[in-house]
Design a protein around this ligand. Structure first.
Ligand code: UD1
Ligand code: UDP
Length: 385
């Protein structure tokens, strides 16, 4: 029986890997071992609980204000003994974090085959997002199996010279995760507070945005909110102290905005489904919001998710104060511009990515995910509200 090990460490990896852990555990032909590096500590464990995943190993590496050196060195020190003890036939890593990169490197050093889930996303600029673009390109060098979420991602890998037989278009497992979270009868005190106002959902955390870009983003948001008294913004702040400092400096005292602790994934998906629009520099949220037809202003200079831009749900607005101010204002004041961005579509998957990956690993069978064209019927999620 093949032994498959999954290694992940941050909140978004957990959200996208837990449904896969559960799918693989249900397969009689596979043995599954789950390892968390603990790159995130507080933000990881609620996700594991939501999906009922109990890790077999927790490397517990997180340190306050950890550097890229800290994370890389800790994974390279603590993962090899687990690999040597468990002797997996294949290790699955996800996406582009430093956990992903360092885990894949450890596998390469020990000659353990790597499967890359969410393979092939690219900006081709290793400084944006930083260090994620480097991480995923580097994992792409060592990975033997590449589970590309979309045909665009698969094309990137083919252009880079990856052998076609190693590439599988599966859809993104985040859409599978959403099947477990979005509820029609959902309520939350923050939604009650927003009442009939237009709910603006905000997140920000990217390393390259820390410092002045983040201050500019927050100043633009504050100005627009003050000019639109019917808006209510909810911003669950990432636990990074540098993000918290900037948010508190620029946004404290704004009555229309609630700065709250990170929310559970169950809450996050339900907030997204009910918001008027979202401002974010997150990767995962760019995949989730299109399902609900919620416009996303992406506060970054690049995106590795062009499918949502092509479908019209995402707009890249950079990190300059005036650019964010203009696009945010336009979406609030111009119904035609809002309407254009708020058509539900799902370019990222149909909720069956885990099943496809499990079939490939267990039975060697593969039926690729083929997205419908932008503007056609969404797969699973009509906007709830
Ligand atoms: C990491 C990933 C990024 C991913 C993001 C998702 C890297 C280099 N970055 O960035 O790709 O988009 O996760 O959120 O892999 N902290 C806590 N508790 C937690 C989590 C974080 O206190 O549960 C604080 C700690 O002080 C930690 C800091 O946040 O040192 C930064 O965490 P880190 O994982 O290094 O970076 P992220 O910005 O979260
Ligand atoms: N998320 C969450 N709680 C929050 C903010 C985000 O559960 O308070 C979820 C969100 O739904 C998405 C993922 O976390 O699935 C995105 O994580 P993040 O933005 O931290 O990382 P990225 O996707 O940019 O790597």
């Amino acid at each position: 029986m093949k032994k498959v090990m999954l290694v992940f460490g941050t909140r978004p990896e957990a959200i996208k890997m837990c449904p896969l852990v559960n799918e693989l555990k249900n397969r009689a032909g596979l043995r599954t071992v789950t390892v968390v590096t603990g790159q995130h500590r507080e933000m990881l464990h609620p996700v594991l609980e939501t999906f009922g995943v109990v890790p077999d190993h927790d490397l517990d590496i997180m340190r306050p204000r950890q550097t890229l050196f800290d994370i890389t060195a800790a994974v390279l020190e603590k993962l090899p003994p687990v690999l040597e003890a468990e002797k997996p036939d294949l290790v699955l890593v996800h996406g582009d974090t430093t956990t992903t990169f360092a885990s894949a490197l450890a596998c390469y050093y020990l000659d353990v085959p790597v499967g890359h889930v969410e393979a092939g996303l690219r900006t081709y600029n290793i400084h944006s997002p930083y260090p994620e673009e480097f991480n995923r390109e580097a994992v792409g060098i060592v990975s033997r199996y590449n589970f590309a979420p979309t045909p665009t991602a698969a094309d990137n890998l083919l252009r880079e010279g990856k052998k076609p037989a190693t590439i599988f278009v599966t859809g993104n497992t985040v859409i599978d995760a959403m099947r477990h979270t979005v509820r029609e009868d959902y309520t939350h005190p923050e939604l009650d507070w927003a009442g009939d106002g237009r709910l603006i959902f905000i997140t920000a955390h990217r390393r390259e945005n820390l410092g002045e870009p983040m201050h500019r983003m927050f100043r633009a948001i504050r100005r627009v909110l003050q000019e639109h008294p019917d808006c209510r913004a909810v911003y669950p702040i990432h636990m990074n102290p540098a993000v918290r400092k900037a948010a508190e400096e620029e946004l404290a005292g704004c009555d229309q905005l609630h700065l709250i602790e990170p929310i559970e994934v169950f809450d996050c998906h339900n907030f997204e489904a009910r918001c008027y629009l979202c401002l974010t520099d997150s990767g995962g949220i760019q995949e989730e919001c299109p399902s609900y037809g919620k416009p996303v202003l992406v506060m970054r200079d690049t995106t590795e998710r062009p499918e949502g831009v092509a479908a019209g749900t995402l707009r890249l607005v950079g990190t300059e104060e005036e650019s964010i101010y203009r696009s945010f204002t336009e979406l609030l004041e111009d119904p035609a511009a809002y309407e254009k961005m708020s058509r539900a579509c799902n370019p990222y998957g149909d909720g069956r990515a885990c099943e496809r990956i499990a079939d490939i690993l267990e039975k060697g069978t593969y039926s690729p995910w083929e997205p419908r064209m932008p503007g056609s019927e969404p797969y699973l999620f009509d906007p709830i509200i």
